[in-house]
Design a protein around this ligand. Sequence first.
Ligand SMILES: [Zn+2]
Length: 371
Amino acid sequence: MTPVNSPAPAQERPVSNPWALKIASVAGIPIYLHFTFLLLLLFLGLGKLTNLLFVIALFACVALHELGHAMTALRYGIPVSDITLYPIGGIARIEKQPAPAQELWVAIAGPAVNLVIAGGLALYLAGTGQLATYTLVFNENAGWVQKVMTANLYLMLFNLIPAFPMDGGRILRAALAFSMPLERATTIAANIGQTLAILAGLFGILTGWWTLLLIAFFVYLGAGQEVMVVKRDTLVKNVSVQEAMLNEIHTLPQGATYREAADLLLSTSQQDFPVTIGEEVYGLLSRDALLRGLAQEGPDAYIASGMNREFTRADPEDDLLDLLHQMQDGSGPALVFEGERLVGMVTSENLMEFLLIRQITRDQQPETASA
Ligand SMILES: [Zn+2]
């Protein structure tokens, strides 16, 4: 359906989505099939073979649509983390917000793919003398090629609706962003999208068209989420890791026991503890690992058995936004080093607090022209 410029918080969309099945990888981009798509396949495919062929072809078109977005993003040097296919469309997650002109082309590329497919199929149908029976209204009795062609036209039109998370919403935002800050452009585009979603939802309720109601619901949520992501990204723009990190942190020596670790957990507000040998940081003991070790191995066991040797590293001068994106896969807190010296830690809790405080202090300042 649409490229998402930033992933949702890790709790909502982990990198390895347990409800999605990896089916392919194109240009290094993993493509996932959400399990609800499999349900749709079963539901529609059980009827007739032509239905099954149609659904599989449709799914391929949705995948190509997303690849249209993804490849265009790659051409601008914007990394794409993955593509997930849902029954109502796909989502290509791209790792940073493109400039307005880039976003415009990335958004247009998806519907353009559907137009090209529809055009190609129309030529094929015309060449084989089948186009005469084709109508723009979806025809149950049409052959599956004709259905795929019609469906591609519908996919294109549906995605051009100017509402997030549809491509039309992005095209609208990109067009607005030429003449105003991104945050404002997003808010306006999202408001239009949510208004359309409410109208479509009401229409769905009045006519008993429940699929429309469901789509409207997702559109409404998608618009809200887009605003949140852009607001958050605006808040941490041009902020270094240093400004948000905790710099009073308690560490544990590698030879500490779970009892000592538990005492520290109780006496401080810290949840995760860097584990050191001398000055060097050797690993990270999370609250969960601490409690697990305490329960399974007893208070006198050494914490070295439960600590994680792998953790996210950052430099105080790093861009906070980059770190935020890195931490969204639920990898736990990041440790901040100046050279080899541990100088701070960034946890998701202190990031949330940081964002909250930025928001409050920003709201108190008179509005400035640029975000
Ligand atoms: Zn799209």
